[in-house]
Unconditional design. Structure first.
Ligand code: 9MR
Length: 356
């Protein structure tokens, strides 16, 4: 009964004084959910995470409370990226990431590290670095091992390399590939493993749900790592998807990842609804329902893979107003399970249903 009360949503314009709040901002009759003292992660059969921004964690009590209450895994949205941690050649700045470590430890949350190596979010000194290949190698190794050592025993797992491939399965040009050759990716994993042998190491990317060429390339990379005994423990699939993505696309990605035998992290989930980039788009009940259905399908499909491979599902931030999507697509969107006021959307209930 308690479970029912915690998760029930219904359509009504009436708002019960005690147990129910409305959500959304339009004048349509809105689905309404209880705000009983439930917790998403406690209702799910695998870890549920969110990426978080440090300034919101510091300055927005409601945001922090939702993170504390609903999720048992957190990822820094930006605070552990190269430019954030290592802004000048001889300067590391740990304060923001350490703030998150402290929050995770005090609240019993798993902390997933994102990301040791990426072609983006690099400081100018790296992009302008003029050393030879040995100097580049030392710089790569120093960054990875200094960061992993700093967070040893505090960060459970790392996205070691992020977005190495293009959608067509070719290797994406980057300063790393240019200066170190394509196999630098294997050395990233070896360096991370040397620094913290207990950390779980992931290869993270997007597009598994729409590009079979990318899946094939990632599969080959993982096989080559296995053959060469390069340490890799997990595959991160970002899953920045639209609410029109088909069941078949969702299954193709998740089944592929499960077939690697590695742990599978749906690492940056969000479900956008503004396919046509309409300015001033209103989030309708129909969109909310379709979005919820897609969240349910992702969770349900993921829930069917072997338990030992379920590292968890992480949404990319918490509420709609926190999402990266609107600025990226240049148009509003509502991609997350919480609305701009951190009230639960139908997607929230759908996640729980998918996990049953
Ligand atoms: O959400 C992140 C945004 O705030 C940053 O400006 C951007 C650049 O660092 O990165 C965004 O997060 C990305 C993640 O690190 C990797 N996968 C794609 C995410 C969305 O762009």
């Amino acid at each position: 009964m308690i479970y029912f009360l915690m998760t029930v949503c219904f359509f009504s314009t009436a708002v019960s004084a005690m147990a129910f709040v409305s959500f959304g901002t339009s004048s349509f009759p809105r689905p309404q959910c209880t705000v009983a003292d439930s917790s998403l992660y406690q209702l799910m059969p695998f870890p549920m995470g969110a990426s978080v921004g440090i300034s919101r964690m510091k300055n927005n009590a409601r945001y922090t409370e939702v993170v504390r209450k609903e999720f048992n895994s957190i990822t820094a949205e930006n605070a552990m990226k190269f430019r954030a941690l290592h802004p000048a050649e001889n300067t590391y700045q740990w304060a923001d990431a350490d703030f998150l470590v402290d929050f995770a430890q005090k609240n019993g949350k798993r902390l997933h590290g994102h990301t040791l190596n990426w072609y983006q979010y690099l400081p100018a000194w790296v992009n302008n670095f003029s050393g030879d290949s040995i100097a580049w190698e030392n710089m790569l190794k120093d960054h990875i091992q200094t960061v992993v050592t700093h967070f040893k025993g505090k960060v459970t797992s790392w996205d070691v390399v992020n977005e190495y491939f293009n959608d067509d399965g070719t290797i994406r040009p980057s300063v790393w590939v240019k200066n170190l050759g394509p196999d630098y990716i294997a050395r990233c994993f070896q360096y991370a493993h040397e620094a913290d042998p207990a950390a779980l190491l992931f290869y993270n990317d997007y597009g598994h749900e729409y590009s079979s060429a990318k899946r094939t390339a990632i599969g080959k990379l993982i096989n080559s790592f296995k053959e060469r005994k390069i340490p890799i423990h997990g595959i991160g699939m970002q899953f920045h998807m639209t609410y029109t993505l088909t069941d078949a696309n969702i299954s193709a990605a998740i089944d592929f990842a499960a077939a690697t035998g590695l742990k599978v992290h749906i690492s940056e989930l969000d479900v956008r609804v503004n396919n046509n980039k309409v300015q001033g788009l209103t989030f309708t009940d129909a969109m909310a329902a379709q979005q919820a259905d897609r969240y349910r399908q992702v969770v349900k499909t993921y829930n069917a893979i072997p338990k030992s491979q379920q590292f968890g599902i992480t949404t990319w931030n918490v509420g709609d107003a926190d999402s990266w999507v609107p600025s990226w697509q240049g148009a509003p969107d509502y991609p997350l399970p919480f609305d701009a006021n951190y009230l639960r959307k139908p997607a929230y209930k759908a996640i729980i249903e998918g996990g049953k």
